[in-house]
Design a binder for this molecule. Structure first.
Ligand SMILES: Cc1cc2nc3c(=O)[nH]c(=O)nc-3n(C[C@H](O)[C@H](O)[C@H](O)COP(=O)(O)O)c2cc1C
Length: 195
């Protein structure tokens, strides 16, 4: 008998957003999105509110041989650190996913649009990547990790002065769905303003 489990195409956009869950990094596997799907994902990622149309973000796409070399170089850098044992483990989390999208905050300080708002817009890019990947039938996980902050590691990404890594978003097919994660209770977080 055919499975009656709902597929993505049976779900409404609201259900897709409500059901999204980050798979574990090593549960993100090949095949990754095709080139056309990556183009679509980038289009979705960039459809974010951006006060003043400053485009205060950049994306670095990492896949294939370049991704293997990136992880190798990070592993070599990890070994030079005092916390090598710990960062080696977090670096290996990057190995499985076929696509990594590094979201870079390129906020302009001193602009009349506060830097805080520009940085928030980079966070929105990360979130759109997660939802976009999910809607396209893939999974994604938003990480940072030591390599998002270490100057030698970020130099591998060719960031300009003042740019910061907002997210290292792993994308791939989902080998194993993560179990449900406890969520904040709306009543603990949201309240109606009464004046
Ligand atoms: C800015 C940011 C950085 C994160 N960095 C890491 C990280 O380095 N390592 C990690 O295990 N999880 C990290 N997380 C958490 C993962 O994204 C986590 O898998 C996620 O919160 C799971 O929740 P979800 O299923 O609702 O997406 C980070 C989350 C955010 C928002």
């Amino acid at each position: 008998m055919a499975s009656t489990a709902p597929t993505l195409s049976d779900l409404s956009a609201a259900d897709i957003l409500a059901l999204r869950r980050s798979p574990m990094p090593d549960a993100l596997v090949t095949p990754g999105p095709s080139r056309a799907e990556i183009d679509r994902l980038v289009e979705i990622a960039l459809r974010v509110p951006d006060h003043g149309r400053l485009n205060p973000w950049r994306l670095v796409l990492i896949a294939g041989d370049a991704k293997d070399r990136w992880v190798e170089r990070l592993l070599a850098l990890a070994e030079t650190r005092e916390d090598a044992a710990k960062v080696r483990v977090s670096t290996r989390k990057l190995a499985s996913a076929p696509l990594v999208v590094v979201v870079v905050s390129a906020a302009a300080p001193g602009h009349k649009v506060p830097e805080w708002e520009q940085i928030l817009s980079a966070g929105a890019v990360c979130m759109n990547l997660l939802n976009g990947a999910h809607a396209l039938g893939y999974g994604a996980n938003w990480l940072t990790g030591w390599h998002a902050y270490d100057a030698q590691a970020t130099a591998l990404l060719g960031l300009d002065e003042g740019q910061k890594v907002a997210g290292v978003v792993l994308v791939g097919s989902v080998a194993e769905t993560a179990p449900p994660r406890p969520r904040a209770k709306p009543e603990d977080i949201a309240r109606w303003l009464t004046l």
